[in-house]
Ligand binder design. Structure first.
Ligand SMILES: Cc1cc2nc3c(=O)[nH]c(=O)nc-3n(C[C@H](O)[C@H](O)[C@H](O)COP(=O)(O)OP(=O)(O)OC[C@H]3O[C@@H](n4cnc5c(N)ncnc54)[C@H](O)[C@@H]3O)c2cc1C
Length: 294
């Protein structure tokens, strides 16, 4: 089959690799002129790693990842440990695959390299999909650069602001969830004695919580902190926040948390939004996938 995929994010590239492994021809249309470096840490759970193992990418992904020793929960201010579930000895063998943490940029790069090495794959950058048309025996896609593509099926992996979802379901009306998320990544060498342990750790507090873990073979410390807010925010991955505001949100918290906020080169502040569930994810030869299906 000829498969068109809109979007070269994690969903689009992973789908492309699965389709290629099944012997299909794949064309990916990506609006950006180059790979995005934006993002921070992402957890790669064992169910995802089992898929990447089948695709022959598990080793490559592990090269760029950190493998947490345990899942832990601690109190945000005192640092008191609430529980610790070891991963190396206990759970990983049960899952038959590792549980990893990876930087989004490294993740995309590994998938991108694997796709572009494949002879049955085409990747068209700077190509923004604007609409689709179901035909009797296929689907036709139009792009903002006036190019058109035909295929047997279209997978819409064009993210949270998906043009294809808008055509299928109309404009969505996201509403602010009442929470913002701070995101930060700091080099471990800058944190001195305040390096968080190599665990996936949830830090608990009143009206807020944080998660810390390591990235890039332990060289980076990743932080996400969710804080309740009643003021309206914008929905964006790239909005930066003021360091003073982040430190105020986590004032008095354990130094392993605050040292990341003090030392990260940039702090991102995202409003978290909810959308009503869609009534369906397909329209004849078109299917929504990943964030586009929200
Ligand atoms: C910039 C960014 C940073 C993120 N950082 C994190 C993170 O640090 N941690 C985390 O857990 N999650 C993060 N996420 C979310 C996470 O990556 C997604 O939830 C998940 O990977 C879903 O992937 P996706 O492929 O469905 O969508 P996305 O990852 O959003 O990918 C969609 C792709 O489609 C492209 N695209 C959009 N519109 C069009 C169009 N009309 N035509 C062609 N291409 C189009 C986009 O440029 C993008 O490459 C981030 C997402 C983004 C976009």
């Amino acid at each position: 089959m000829r498969i068109l995929i809109a979007g070269a994010g994690i969903g689009g590239l992973s789908t492309a690799l699965c389709c290629l492994a099944l012997g299909h021809q794949v064309t990916i249309l990506e609006q950006s002129p180059r790979l995005s470096e934006i993002g921070a840490g992402i957890q790669l759970p064992p169910n995802a790693m089992r898929v990447f193992d089948k695709l022959g990418l598990a080793g490559k992904l592990q090269q760029y990842s950190a493998k947490p020793a345990a899942l832990t929960a601690r109190m945000g201010i005192s640092g008191r440990r609430l529980f610790r579930i070891p991963l190396e000895q206990g759970n990983a063998p049960r899952w038959h695959a590792p549980y990893l943490h990876i930087h989004r940029a490294d993740y995309i790069q590994v998938l991108f390299n694997a796709v572009t090495q494949h002879t049955d794959a085409k990747l068209e950058l700077a190509t923004c999909v604007s609409s689709y048309k179901n035909l009797a025996n296929g689907v036709s896609v139009s792009c903002t650069n006036a190019r058109k593509y035909d295929a047997d099926v279209l997978v819409a992996a064009d993210g949270i602001h998906s043009n294809i979802r808008k055509q299928m379901h109309g404009r969505s009306n996201p509403h602010f969830s009442g929470n913002i998320a701070w995101r930060a990544v700091a080099p471990v060498e800058m944190l001195g004695a305040n390096v968080p342990e190599n665990n996936a750790c949830v830090w608990m507090g009143k009206g807020r919580h944080a998660v810390t873990y390591r990235l890039r073979c332990g060289e980076l410390a990743n932080f996400v902190g969710v804080v309740e807010r009643n003021t309206r925010q914008t929905e964006s991955w790239s909005t930066q926040g003021e360091r003073s505001e982040a430190l105020e949100d986590f004032r008095g918290w354990h130094s392993c948390v605050t040292s990341i906020l003090e030392n990260a080169p940039q702090l991102h502040r995202w409003g978290l939004f909810d959308r009503a569930p869609l009534t369906g994810w397909t329209n004849q030869r078109v299917a929504l996938l990943g964030d586009a299906a929200h």
